[in-house]
Design a protein around this ligand. Sequence first.
Ligand code: SF4
Length: 95
Amino acid sequence: MSKTILRQGERELAISHVDKIPGCKDCKWRYICGGGCAFQTKYNFGTFQHTSPYCGVYKAILPVVVELHALQLIREFQKKGGGENGISGHITSGQ
Ligand code: SF4
């Protein structure tokens, strides 16, 4: 009985993908978030085919994390001598 339940869960997990999860498939953060922890979702909602129970947290945090990472990349770029005409001039010049 428990082996059957485990195999059913394994099959469900194997076909689970963020592009197929209702509520996640159109989310702009899906390739960063990935739908969160599949097992946490299964534990909370009884299925892998659901948004993460922490979805609201991810949607609040991910824009900040991405912005901070972008600022870090810009600083590293400038430290290496890039962006002598300003980073925006470099980016808009298409080089
Ligand atoms: S942020 Fe929410 S909706 Fe978007 S991929 Fe993650 S869990 Fe899914």
